[in-house]
Design a protein around this ligand. Structure first.
Ligand code: AMP
Ligand code: GLY
Length: 424
């Protein structure tokens, strides 16, 4: 089978490497792919948002199955376009992808169907939002309605910060049209858990849980990034919590989307906060998480293509989705200076005998040499029979992957190790 994977980051590399294990896969194309993905797929260079280019290529090449991984093409309707020309796809259509595409939509959905989430108010008038903030409880959280490259959320510790975030969205329009509506919501506290799930509108099959590390610095300090590392499973997410989330959040969300005439098929990502009052939804994503995918898929035992096809066809209930009873840790190596200014163009050395998988995010091939080209360059994922072993091995293997100006957090998984003690 000829497969097309839309996207070009570490998440897509993990999806591609996992799909390659399927005996039915003969060729994989990536749109656009990247210099590291080129080792595992044919990179087309077609931009992930170039829906015309993607559809034309898929039709001409005779693609049998497509996987649309990033949020932008999903929200733009890439799946609808590919299905229109007869290509089966993994991923939600445009109507369902709004679950991530609009925070106002997702908050209103949760309220309507009583799915636990932070209390909130929606504003489309800046002065009203500012007036509300004069007396609102602090800290508070300001969110741009639309996609904002993962940067549309401000957790404000002070009134001034919250007001500045509102002005940036609605006056300076730093997120463009995404910020013309905003959500201001209650600040919640508690451990965060990412749960990616397969859903076909009939059942929800959660994958192994995981924990992201969003801040640049050790001890969760400094600015937010696209994710500096992950571990799976997440020790805060006990069996009991999993059951509760299925009943209170996962199934109600699937049913709500069905009722709204927006059946969701694909990977539904639940960003959860385990508060004292129970689990609450912090965010929905309409896709695999990055870098969660880099720890979740290496633990998948079942054939990914079979599971993805069943998701698209609506036959997930009859399909086995099994995960290894092991642990995984992914260390992201970034360019020094990221998420602010950084330099690129440095050659990357990856030993052939690594006891880990390397998922490349920001690198390009220049005369056959792999060189850094982005802020987050790659992720190194190792497995272990315990969380300790997975973390130790991930750091040992990551140390063998070298490029000038490399930076990584030194404490990926440390919080999870402490949590293991807490939840015992
Ligand atoms: P997002 O960009 O939606 O992934 O949000 C980024 C981060 O902001 C989340 O991972 C949380 O740590 C934090 N966050 C979002 N909403 C809330 C909230 N209501 N209360 C506390 N923290 C939040
Ligand atoms: N790791 C968070 C996300 O993919 O949005």
């Amino acid at each position: 089978m000829k497969i097309l994977v839309v996207g070009g980051g570490g998440r897509e590399h993990a999806i591609i490497k996992t799909l390659r294990k399927s005996p039915r896969v003969t060729e994989i194309y990536a749109a656009p792919g990247n210099g590291g993905i080129a080792a595992d797929a044919i990179c087309t260079g077609i931009g992930a948002k170039d829906l015309d280019g993607i559809t034309k290529f898929a039709k001409e090449t005779g693609i049998d199955f497509a996987v649309v991984a990033p949020d932008d093409p999903l929200v733009l309707g890439a799946v609808d376009r590919l299905e229109e020309v007869g290509i089966p796809c993994f991923g939600p259509n445009k109507k369902a992808a709004i679950l991530e595409g609009s925070k106002v939509f997702s908050k209103d959905l949760m309220k309507k169907y009583q799915i636990p989430t932070a209390e909130y108010r929606v504003f489309d008038d800046m002065n009203e939002a500012l007036r509300y903030l004069e007396t609102a409880p602090i800290p508070t959280v300001v969110k741009a309605d639309g996609l904002a490259l993962g940067k549309g959320v401000t957790v404000a510790e002070t009134r001034e910060q919250a007001m500045a975030a509102v002005r940036e969205c609605m006056e300076d329009k730093i997120f463009g049209a995404s910020g013309s509506h905003i959500v201001i919501e209650e600040f919640l506290t508690g451990p965060e858990v990412s749960v990616l799930s397969f859903t076909d509108g009939n059942v929800v099959i959660p994958m192994v849980s995981s924990m992201d590390h969003k801040r640049i610095g050790d001890g969760d300090t400094g600015p937010n990034t696209g994710g500096m590392g992950t571990i799976a499973p997440n020790p805060y997410y006990t069996e009991e919590m999993a059951q509760r989330c299925m009943e209170e959040i996962f199934l109600p969300t699937m049913r709500a989307m069905n009722q709204e005439g927006r059946t969701f098929k694909g990977c539904l990502y639940f960003g959860l906060m385990l508060t004292e009052k129970g689990p609450k939804v912090i965010e929905y994503n309409c896709r695999f998480g990055d870098p969660e995918t880099q720890v979740v898929l290496p633990l998948l035992e079942s054939d990914l293509l079979t599971v993805m096809e069943a998701t698209a066809r609506g036959t997930l209930a009859e399909t086995e989705v099994k995960f290894r009873k092991q642990h995984a840790c992914c260390i992201v190596l970034a360019s020094q200076g990221y998420p602010k200014k950084y330099e690129t163009g440095y050659p990357i050395t990856i030993p052939a005998d690594l006891d880990a998988q390397v998922f490349v995010a920001g690198a390009k091939l220049e005369d056959g040499v792999l060189k850094t080209s982005g802020g987050r360059v790659l992720g190194v994922t190792a497995l272990g029979n315990t969380l300790e072993a997975a973390i130790e091995n991930a750091y040992a293997q990551a140390a063998k992957v070298t490029f000038e100006n490399a930076y990584c957090r030194r404490d990926i998984g440390a919080k999870a190790l402490r949590a293991k003690e807490e939840v015992k």
